[in-house]
Ligand binder design. Sequence first.
Ligand SMILES: Cc1cc2nc3c(=O)[nH]c(=O)nc-3n(C[C@H](O)[C@H](O)[C@H](O)COP(=O)(O)OP(=O)(O)OC[C@H]3O[C@@H](n4cnc5c(N)ncnc54)[C@H](O)[C@@H]3O)c2cc1C
Length: 220
Amino acid sequence: MIPLEVTFAMYDFIKDRGLLDKTEFYYTYPIGRVHSLENVAKWAAPEFDAKGIKYETLFNMKEVDGKNAKVLSEEGGEVAYDLLVAVPPHKGQEVIEKNGLGENGWIPTNRHSLHMEGEHGKNVIVLGDTTNLPISKAGSTAHFEAETAAENVAAVVKMGRPVKSYDGKVFCFIEAGKDRATYAMFNYQNPPQPKAPTGAVHAFKMAYNKLYWATARGLL
Ligand SMILES: Cc1cc2nc3c(=O)[nH]c(=O)nc-3n(C[C@H](O)[C@H](O)[C@H](O)COP(=O)(O)OP(=O)(O)OC[C@H]3O[C@@H](n4cnc5c(N)ncnc54)[C@H](O)[C@@H]3O)c2cc1C
């Protein structure tokens, strides 16, 4: 779940309990829009506006002053809270950084072949959250990268050369509350174009969650 989804889910949770008039939502984000993908931000900001969810961008959390129940930002901002839902800093695995395999715990990865960059990378393929590729760290990213990796391993064994290039494909459902969702599908060349959320997309996500491992193993 991304912070946008948590905010929409909490909004519906409070709404269902008839507490909206007693609740103020305040969403902060470190860059100059409400999500890193520009089109997702363009879709989400009006959704926030329609619900009366306030937001502040360019807010990089510096410190939580628990005693006075407020959050301070690197930019000099300050937000008071009753309930704080905070996301820890995004970083990779310590074991990777400690062993000199990649800065901040992510392994430098060729964006198309998925080989580890550098002299030791020839026979190393990197997938999922551990790459340093500038795309979403998501289950679908690992899934689509795995398709490229598996085909290439088989091709190298059988023919001595890889046959597939990863195009940066990612597909993410985005929940817009408890019963509506949209999705973002994109690759290196084509940005996502999220549509208005619907109940059907939410229902599809619920079904997909149950069916995923059956489809991934080729049972469906
Ligand atoms: C709260 C949350 C919500 C998310 N929601 C979504 C979502 O809705 N949709 C979506 O697409 N993605 C979502 N993601 C992201 C998704 O879970 C990850 O992108 C995906 O699991 C990455 O797969 P992976 O195989 O690269 O890594 P992981 O799934 O993290 O697998 C890594 C494995 O390596 C093991 N491991 C680690 N260190 C060692 C070691 N030293 N030795 C041996 N084993 C080790 C770990 O135990 C783990 O099992 C979410 C993530 C979080 C945290």
